[in-house]
Design a binder for this molecule. Structure first.
Ligand SMILES: [Zn+2]
Length: 240
């Protein structure tokens, strides 16, 4: 099995964007015991890689540094962080954020540098987290270029992968992103198949991994079935 997991914040608030530190550590333990390696996206996406998990964080919440990094270090696990660069050193209340969204403090540049030095891949989630479907070609370029430039200027490495804000995309957005990055992750809820469009990689949201039974059985056909059913339900509701 190959899968990409989505996290936002690692904290005890119980919000829809939060995974408890203990659950995150348990998941890394379970992955270690299952023999499924935690890989960066380059390695996971190789055709010859038969099994593995990639861990991704969207937005750039402060707890990625305080709570996720120590656990990732303990388990020598790779991870990708998709940064919304306008929110750095601020909070996640960017324009267009739903009013009922939980509020989080975001990472500082110093913390992002330390994550980069620790081997976390710092990738792009645009500058201001827009719905990309509503942007002109120029605006898409500006959103991606600004974020990539800020990250490269600070870290000396240009983002290679992209996460669609809210998962929103259409053909025009996908084509632009396909030409710009090695790959892009969406919010489509399923494991990876043997042939994937690298511009629309599916992920499993940690929200659906909170159930301990599911963690223990991550690699079983039952949990795959459960997740694909949830994926269908989510698609039908149009909340993809
Ligand atoms: Zn986001």
């Amino acid at each position: 099995m190959k899968a990409i997991l989505t996290f936002h914040s690692i904290d005890t608030s119980g919000s829809v964007l939060s995974c408890a530190p203990e659950a995150f550590a348990n998941l890394l333990d379970a992955l270690g015991k299952s023999g499924l390696p935690v890989l960066g996206l380059d390695e996971l996406l190789l055709q010859e890689t038969e099994a593995g998990i990639a861990i991704t964080f969207d937005d750039g919440m402060h707890s990625v540094f305080t709570a996720a990094l120590p656990a990732l270090r303990d388990h020598a696990a790779a991870a990708h962080l998709f940064l919304t660069t306008c929110a750095i050193e601020k909070n996640n209340q960017w324009p267009g954020q739903p009013r009922n969204a939980p509020e989080f403090d975001m990472l500082t540049w110093d913390e992002i540098e330390r994550l980069h030095e620790a081997g976390i891949f710092i990738d792009s989630h645009t500058h201001s987290h827009p719905d990309m479907r509503e942007l002109s070609d120029d605006e898409m370029f500006h959103e991606c270029e600004l974020a990539d430039d800020l990250i490269e200027k600070r870290l000396g490495r240009r983002p290679q992968y992209f996460a669609y804000p809210y998962g929103y995309r259409n053909d025009a957005v996908c084509n632009y992103i396909r030409n710009r990055y090695k790959g892009a992750v969406s919010t489509e809820l399923r494991t990876l198949s043997s042939r994937e469009d690298h511009a629309q990689l599916p992920r499993l949201d940690s929200y659906y991994l909170k159930n301990h039974w599911l963690q223990r059985n991550l690699d079983s056909s039952l949990s795959r079935m459960y997740l694909s059913v949830r994926g269908v339900v989510r698609t039908l509701r149009g909340t993809q």
